[in-house]
Design a protein around this ligand. Structure first.
Ligand code: G3H
Ligand code: 13P
Ligand code: ZN
Length: 309
């Protein structure tokens, strides 16, 4: 049991057509729900921390909670920085013991993205840490990295091959139609599978990463709205579309919004139904259980990663 890099887990996933869930963590209950699910399912696991999460929880708390989760479950877990904006935050996380960092240079020009990615790769690799980069722009808001929906551009396959070759990056996040958050598509959901296949053909050994991969489970949306929420019209990537993407080199599936919705639905329900209660454990407990059930469902039915340890 240890903090591990994603190297072995990606190699196995790529060979056997399943994906690793990369779940965003912000507090103890979220971490516990996720790791308990991964333990029951015997699935490999990535826990990822955004700059916002580090600010919210303070860096040391999240690192220690993940260490506690490893001690408690006996699982090997990869601890990953999500959407690192620059070299400094990536370096900080490497120095703090993360086993994987993302440098998100997608808002920069191709050449500048290559330059900062190379800088991070050099430092991270020298410390035994792996690096994810991003090429192409997702629509929406990525942590502090703002991306205008109208300027969203999908990843160019030839550029992806050149980028991986020139940077030596370990995995690549691509843009093929997903976006962050709970409102991913205005009309019919669409992912550019032809583009994905082309990228995978050109760089077959590079694990590809799908950001914005929450399904926005409608049971949670309905429960939020039933108990006073206002998340009408929320729509994510249908489960079968994620399963399809996993066939063409997607090894890491990023999920945050589904965790938020699962937690919020349970908290809303409990508070509305029990107005006299004020013990937070009474609603954080069910919220943690809802996260566990949801993550088990994903591992089994969407990522196909159950019993792959
Ligand atoms: O991709 C963004 C993740 O959902 C993290 O969101 O910056 O609000 O923690 P956050
Ligand atoms: P969702 O908003 O679809 O959960 O995506 C999360 C993500 O990509 C984190 O990097
Ligand atoms: Zn993301």
């Amino acid at each position: 049991m240890a903090l591990v890099t994603t190297k072995d887990m990606f190699a196995k996933a790529l060979k056997n057509d399943y994906a690793i869930g990369a779940f965003n963590v912000n507090n103890m209950e979220i971490i516990q729900g996720i790791v308990d699910a991964a333990k029951i399912e015997q699935a490999p696991l990535i826990l990822q921390v955004s700059a916002g999460a580090r600010k919210y929880a303070k860096p040391a708390y999240l690192t220690k909670l993940v260490e506690a989760a490893i001690e408690d479950t006996g699982l090997d877990i990869a601890l990953h920085l999500d959407h690192g904006e620059d070299f400094e935050i990536c370096k900080k996380c490497v120095d703090d013991g993360f086993t994987s960092v993302m440098i998100d240079g997608s808002k920069h020009s191709f050449e500048e993205n290559i330059r900062i990615t190379k800088e991070v790769v050099e430092y991270a690799h020298a410390h035994g840490v792996v690096v994810e980069a991003e090429l192409g722009k997702l629509a929406g808001v990525e942590d502090d990295v703002k991306v205008d929906a109208r300027s969203a551009t999908f990843t160019d396959p030839d550029e992806a091959a050149e980028f991986v070759e020139r940077t030596g990056v370990d995995s690549l996040a691509i843009a093929i139609g997903t976006s962050h958050g709970a409102y991913k598509f205005k009309g019919e959901p669409y992912l550019d599978y032809e583009r994905l296949k082309k990228i995978h053909t050109l760089i077959p050994d590079t694990p590809l990463v799908l950001h914005g991969a929450s399904t926005v489970l409608q049971d949670f949306v309905a429960k939020c709205n039933q108990y006073g929420g206002q998340v009408a019209g929320a729509q994510g990537v249908p489960e079968e579309m994620i399963r399809e993407a996993v066939k063409y080199g997607i090894c890491k599936v990023n999920i945050d919004t589904d965790l938020r919705l699962a937690m919020t639905a349970e908290v809303r329900k409990f508070i509305m139904e029990n107005p006299a209660e004020f013990d937070p454990r009474k609603f954080l407990g069910p919220a943690r259980s809802a996260i566990q059930d949801m993550v088990q469902h994903k591992i089994r039915n969407v990522l196909n990663a159950s019993n792959t340890l």
